[in-house]
Design a protein. Structure first.
Length: 260
């Protein structure tokens, strides 16, 4: 009896098996052997659970870890013995979620989502290939963001060459027609204005009323400012006044009394 109790107190399975055999040989009542047999069975379950936990941790497989943890809980293992497997399973869950977030961010191609997913993925130890793909997509989208900004700035400048350069850069960056369309419209408007300015400049230089009227019409249609149209209008007004003066002089001369 003392050997049975000592073996159970020490948790020594080998000694306990010998003590049970000795107890049976000594014809101890079965009820005295039951606790020892139960203790031995419990220790066997714990040993199997410990082995399963070790193999699952070495394999690094989530399903194996879950099954081993459940087996350890049923076998009555303490939290300290389950901690490594639980921590590994938790890390794997975080990594799995981080990788799923990376895939979704890559599919969305939204820079903010990509930056967040990359940061989380790096912290969780996500797949290097997946992180590299996300970084590549982010670089592409950041390049597009810069191209969109340049398109807006170029369109606002009214400079046809600047707009052309921005459109080309944006197209090279992979922007679609929806992004390019406003800049193309701005380019067409800028080119109309540039053409109208050239026509005005030539008309002002020539001082020809017909050219001035045509240039003014083109400038007004293109949306040139009043300040830009003013020199041509001034010249045309001056010419109109000179023409009126000539006509008045001619009329006066033609109505003069010849007898005087």
């Amino acid at each position: 009896r003392r050997r049975l109790q000592d073996a159970m107190d020490r948790g020594d399975a080998a000694a306990l098996r010998e003590a049970i055999a000795d107890g049976e040989a000594a014809s101890l009542p079965e009820e005295e052997l039951v606790p020892a047999r139960q203790f031995l069975a419990d220790e066997a379950r714990k040993a199997r659970a410990r082995k399963a936990l070790q193999e699952a941790v070495e394999a690094g497989d989530a399903t194996s870890l879950q099954e081993a943890i459940a087996l350890g809980e049923r076998a009555g293992l303490g939290e300290a013995e389950l901690a490594t497997a639980r921590r590994m399973l938790g890390d794997m869950g975080q990594r799995s979620q981080a990788e799923q977030d990376l895939r979704e961010a890559i599919a969305s191609r939204r820079p903010d989502s990509l930056r967040h997913a990359i940061s989380q993925g790096e912290a969780a130890g996500a797949s290097g290939d997946l992180l590299e793909r996300a970084r590549q997509v982010l670089a592409e989208e950041e390049h597009k963001e810069a191209a969109r900004k340049r398109l807006v700035e170029a369109a606002g400048s009214g400079d046809p060459q600047q707009i052309r350069d921005a459109i080309q850069s944006a197209s090279d960056s992979g922007l679609g027609e929806a992004d390019l369309a406003p800049a193309r419209a701005a380019l067409a408007d800028a080119e109309r204005k540039a053409s109208a300015r050239r026509q005005l400049s030539e008309a002002v230089a020539s001082k020809d009323p017909t050219q001035l009227r045509s240039a003014l019409q083109a400038g007004e249609s293109a949306g040139l400012t009043a300040d830009e149209l003013a020199p041509a209008r001034q010249l045309l007004g001056d010419e109109a006044r000179r023409s009126a003066a000539r006509q008045a002089l001619q009329d006066a001369l033609s109505t003069r009394d010849p007898a005087r």
